[in-house]
Design a protein around this ligand. Structure first.
Ligand code: ADP
Ligand code: MG
Length: 779
């Protein structure tokens, strides 16, 4: 032990020398000057003392004041300076992988070191860290995973949980687990960081932990709402009443011929009218309803385009940050803007995007200064709201929405919809414009809609299905799931917890007594949704791993089939070409992916994607996730090195269908044929419709009695997205109780059956079985 001690001491001295040398170098000095200009620096001593004296503290401070990049670094530096650098181990969690990576890179640069020296990062399936890494940025999911195997966080000295104001599910979960851990680890320091002032909530959760606020400085930002924006851009709001299912276009018209004053009057009249005729709430909900239908479709895009034109033509220099709902909208708008004479001119506009799945090279561009006379425009998701700071932003365009999962526990249906943000988010977005000089914020919704926003967003724990979470709680071995979750800051509804437990039992991850089954244990090792994890495991066991790997990767990234608003029909037809007679969106994905690989080998990938309405970027993402899953499964011992052996049965269509069914069960709908139409009913007898872009929506009849699907989504009615037709026999063998029983305890036994399946064509077996069943049913 003393040898170890001596090694660490020597390393600590080396770290100190390196740190001092960097600080005395010209670049190091320049960097220090920048760091000293951040508001956090004023509070440095106070913060270090507070952390030394208290086990838990809560720190709040405006975005950009230096919480994430500075505070963990202060600890690291002071430990290094005191000659104990190699003895500390600091973890700082981020809600999103991209911010963990960006921040680690930035902090390394501030220390004049390559990434993976003193500072590293770890996110799902990826990471850069070395034996000298003492400050690790990771996603909150990674820390939770570590807690599964190392319940005391041995060796860790400081834990920072960042962005707690977002109330993400993993953060709320972490807070419970850490609260439980603190009494056992008196020496561990926990620092919670929040961008807003609601620190009291967290402080009282930890028995009145001290709070410190870092006063920031931002320039004033002028807020303009839809009313003003219309005025500026010459767009006209005709009437909210005219908006119906088909009439979206009626809402916005470029009627520039109207005199400005008259236009203004019309809007005011409309608002007054509504106020006189109905209650304010009623009005707001009407406006909300109406806006929900068009925002942000292509009409919304035109408005954004008009605002951007206005800024570029009339306003002072400064970068523009546009908040949109998701990657799809961002890429559509980007394409639209690229075709614009002014906004698409690379000599005048540097058009960038910022979202969860962007490449690291693109990420760096966001922070860089554009050349003189070029204006930077960044299209971003709400990631740019708090976790990433772009310094030179002067103009913010806020569409008022963020894609958010919500969860209807009563119907057990998750909904992923763009929904209105909270007042806190709107303020936060606005604040992004005032970092370097006074700014402007254009909110693309009426002021009265803003007034109707909720104060804060609902915590994620209360608006998502708890399937994965409950599985993780089970593997923490902390007793009853319900009891554990009742210790949360704001506990979820018992019904939501029960739904999750029922689901885990149904797929065979928990047994009747709520204990983890073997399948359940395997599932906790795989960092994917339990359903997809199960599909992977089954694919591995049944040796048809290739196509299943593609399907699971596709389902965890996003749909590579594009659906441009104005070419829906062509795009749908292109997709159905991949379906042949499969009656399966999942298999269409496999064919599309394989076709793309083929085209890539022939050097015609670009043309292939263009012709087939496929997103090359998404296919690329699927491709790399595929490799990562492959790695994890090898690591978990579920597949062997020799991939051929794992894929012997890949071409067996019936088997692929069966594995899809085993993963997606209990997502099944029965196909009800009427004379001229079909309808679909789920297990709970709910009527569902097919998504317009599903290949199955294009057939007149489907020769399968069942469709299995990954998710139902509530939009106006309930839709099922991707689906695959399956037969009775597949459903009996691979879905439902029979299959669950088999998977729960008998993975090994199943392995024994495989040779049998390999010798006999599985499809034939299933067909025979179906015949038998049909005979039985006819009797
Ligand atoms: P907070 O966590 O309080 O929101 P950060 O620590 O993330 O603030 O950022 C502090 C400051 O560091 C930002 O205002 C920005 O000026 C600068 N900064 C952060 N990341 C980068 C980066 N990747 N490149 C350049 N500057 C950055
Ligand atoms: Mg931060």
């Amino acid at each position: 032990r003393s040898v170890m001690e001596r090694v660490l001491q020597r390393r600590s001295l080396r770290m100190r020398n390196m740190q001092r040398a960097w600080r005395e170098s010209p670049e190091g000095r320049k960097m220090m000057d920048f760091r000293k200009s951040l508001p956090a620096f004023q509070e440095k001593e106070r913060l270090l003392q507070a952390i030394a004296r208290n086990q838990v503290i809560v720190i709040s401070g405006e975005t950009g004041c230096g919480k994430t990049t500075q505070l963990p670094q202060y600890i690291l530096e002071s430990e290094i300076e005191s000659g104990r650098g190699a003895f500390c181990s600091i973890i700082c969690t981020q809600p999103r992988r991209i911010s963990a990576m960006a921040v680690a890179e930035r902090v390394s640069a501030e220390r004049g070191e390559p990434l993976g020296e003193a500072v590293g990062y770890k996110v799902r399936l990826e990471g850069v860290k070395g034996k000298n890494t003492h400050l690790l940025f990771c996603t909150s999911g990674i820390l939770l995973r570590r807690l599964l195997s190392d319940r005391n966080l041995n060796g860790i000295t400081h834990v920072f949980v960042d962005e707690i104001h977002e109330r993400g599910m993993n953060e709320d979960f972490l807070l419970i687990v850490l609260k439980d851990l603190l009494p056992r680890r008196q020496d561990l320091r926990l620092i919670l960081m929040s961008a807003t002032l609601n620190a009291e909530l967290f402080s009282s959760y930890y028995g009145g932990a001290p709070t410190i606020h870092i006063p920031g400085f931002t320039y004033p930002v002028r807020a303009q709402f839809l009313e003003d924006v219309l005025e500026l851009t010459g767009y006209k709001l005709t009437s909210f009443n005219q908006v119906d299912d088909y009439g979206q276009e009626k809402m916005w018209k470029t009627q520039k011929q109207l005199a400005p004053r008259k236009r203004k009057n019309q809007i005011t009249t409309l608002v007054e009218d509504a106020l006189n005729n109905s209650s304010f709430d009623n009005y707001c909900s009407r406006v909300r309803d109406a806006l929900a239908r068009w925002m942000p479709d292509c009409i919304g895009f035109n408005l954004i385009e008009a605002v951007l034109c206005h800024i570029c033509r009339k306003e002072r220099p400064g970068a523009v940050l546009v908040f949109m709902t998701g990657w799809e909208d961002i890429s559509c708008l980007r394409d639209q803007l690229k075709a614009h004479p002014l906004l698409g001119d690379p000599n005048r506009i540097l058009l960038l995007t910022c979202h969860g799945s962007m490449a690291t090279s693109e990420q760096k561009l966001i922070f860089e200064k554009p050349p003189p006379n070029v204006r930077k425009i960044v299209l971003a998701t709400n990631m740019a709201e708090a976790s990433i700071t772009i310094n030179d932003v002067v103009f913010v365009v806020d569409c008022g929405k963020a894609k958010e999962t919500s969860y209807d526990a009563l119907n057990n249906t998750p909904c992923l919809l763009p929904s209105w943000i909270s007042k806190a988010s709107a303020r936060q977005r606005k604040g992004r414009a005032g970092r370097v000089q006074p700014g402007e914020c254009y909110h693309l919704y009426p002021r009265c809609v803003y007034e109707a926003f909720a104060e804060y967003q609902l915590p994620e724990l209360l608006r998502t299905p708890l399937n994965s979470l409950c599985l993780q709680i089970k593997s923490l071995q902390v007793g009853s799931i319900g009891e554990f979750l009742s210790a949360a800051l704001q506990p979820p509804k018992p019904l939501a917890v029960q739904n999750a437990i029922d689901f885990l039992k149904m797929i065979g991850a928990l047994d009747e007594k709520e204990n983890l089954t073997n399948l359940g244990k395997y599932l906790t090792m795989l960092p994917v949704d339990p359903k997809l994890g199960k599909m992977l495991i089954m694919g591995a066991i049944f040796r048809c791993f290739g196509p299943i790997l593609t399907i699971v990767s596709g389902l965890s990234v996003r749909d590579p089939f594009l659906l441009p608003q104005d070419k829906k029909d062509l795009a749908g037809a292109a997709k159905s070409r991949f379906s042949a007679k499969d009656y399966s969106d999942h298999m269409a994905l496999v064919r599309a992916y394989e076709g793309w690989k083929e085209a890539e080998r022939e050097g015609s990938a670009y043309e292939y994607c263009w012709r087939n309405f496929l997103s090359a970027q998404t296919l690329q993402a699927i491709h790399s996730l595929r490799k990562q899953f492959n790695f994890i499964l090898k690591d978990a011992g579920l597949i062997e090195e020799d991939t051929n052996n794992n894929n012997k049965l890949s071409h067996n269509q019936a088997l692929v269908r069966a594995i899809i069914c085993s993963g997606l069960y209990p997502g099944i709908a029965s196909v009800v044929h009427r004379e001229t139409s079909m309808s679909f009913k789920t297990m709970d007898d709910g009527q569902v419709s097919l998504y317009a872009n599903s290949v199955n929506a294009r057939y007149e009849t489907i020769p399968y009695p069942w469709l299995v699907f990954g998710e139902k989504v509530k939009v106006n009615s309930v839709f099922i997205r991707d689906s695959t037709g399956v037969s009775d026999s597949i459903l009996i063998l691979f879905g439902g109780a029979l299959a669950c029983g088999a998977q729960a305890g008998h993975l090994k036994m199943l392995n024994g059956y495989i040779d049998f399946f390999m010798d006999h064509n599985l499809a034939e077996c299933l067909l025979k079985l179906k015949e038998e069943l049909d005979k039985l049913l006819q009797k």
